[in-house]
Design a protein around this ligand. Structure first.
Ligand code: BG6
Ligand code: MG
Length: 221
C-alpha cells in the first residue's frame, strides 16, 4: 500500500510551532465572552479546524443564534487576540528538533510541504525563520474544505508531484489525522496515542525523531 517515502507534509500549529496554545487561549477567551464554557476537550475537537468551523462549533455548543455580520466580527476579534499573542514570537518557539529534522529530510532529498488550516501560516513561518525549508505551502488561504477533508494534503502532495502512498503526514489534531487517512497518506500523530488512535503511528513530538526512524518504520521497508 505504501511505497518508499518521497515527501513529508507537516501541519503547522502544534507540530512545528507551539502556537496551538495561542489558538486555544484566543478561542477560550471568545467562547467565555459569549458565555460558552470552553474546555481542553473542546479544544481537542477544534485543533486543525478552520476559523469558520471553529466558531460554528462554539456557537453550536452555546446554542447561540447569529447572523453573518456577527460571526465575522467574532472571528475578527479572535484573530486579533491570536495575533497579539503571536506578535512577539521568534525562532525559539519552534518545537524541539524541528529545524534539525527538516534539515535532515532535505539532505536526504525528501520533498517538504506545509498543510495547515491556518490563514496565518505564512506569518508564523516568516516569524520563526523556517519558510525556506518548504517546497510548497498549502494553507487556509488556498483551501475551501477544512480538515478532516483531505484537500489541504491532496493539494500539497500534488504540488510536490508525489502520490499519497509515498507521502507522510505529521499531525497533532484528530481532524488532521482523519484528513490524512481519508487522502490515503501515511499518518504520523504527534501527541497522545489514545487521542490520536486513528493515526498509523504516534510519537510524543518530533523531539526524538529522526530520518532514520522514519524510513525504518516497518511499513516502508
Ligand atoms: C489550525 C489550528 O492550524 O488553524 C486551529 O489548529 C485554527 O486551532 C486553524 O483555528 C485556523 O487558523 P487561523 O490562523 O486561520 O485562524
Ligand atoms: Mg495542528
Amino acid at each position: 500500500m505504501f511505497s518508499k517515502i518521497k515527501a513529508c507534509l507537516f501541519d503547522l500549529d502544534g507540530v512545528l510551532v507551539d502556537t496551538a496554545k495561542y489558538h486555544y487561549a484566543a478561542w477560550k477567551r471568545l467562547a467565555e465572552s459569549l458565555g460558552v464554557p470552553f474546555t481542553e476537550h473542546d479544544n481537542e475537537q477544534l485543533k486543525g479546524v478552520s476559523r469558520v468551523d471553529s466558531l460554528a462549533y462554539i456557537l453550536n455548543k452555546g446554542n447561540i443564534q447569529s447572523n453573518q455580520t456577527q460571526r465575522q466580527q467574532w472571528m475578527d476579534i479572535k484573530n486579533e487576540w491570536y495575533l497579539e499573542l503571536v506578535s512577539g514570537m521568534q525562532q525559539n518557539e519552534l518545537l524541539p528538533n524541528v529545524v534539525s529534522f527538516l534539515a535532515e529530510l532535505k539532505t536526504h532529498g525528501i520533498r517538504i510541504g506545509l498543510g495547515s488550516s491556518s490563514k496565518n501560516a505564512q506569518l508564523i513561518l516568516d516569524k520563526t525563520g523556517i519558510v525556506n525549508y518548504f517546497d510548497t505551502i498549502v494553507d487556509g488561504r488556498h483551501t475551501t474544505n477544512s480538515k478532516p477533508h483531505p484537500e489541504v494534503f491532496v493539494k500539497g502532495a500534488q504540488q510536490l508531484q508525489c502520490s499519497p502512498a509515498e507521502t507522510v503526514v505529521f499531525e497533532d489534531a484528530i481532524s488532521g489525522i482523519e484528513a490524512a487517512i481519508a487522502g490515503g497518506f501515511y499518518a504520523i500523530g504527534l501527541g497522545d496515542a489514545r487521542t490520536l488512535e486513528k493515526a498509523h503511528f504516534v510519537i510524543p513530538s518530533l523531539e526524538n525523531f529522526s530520518y532514520q526512524q522514519l524510513v525504518d518504520l516497518p511499513i516502508f521497508r
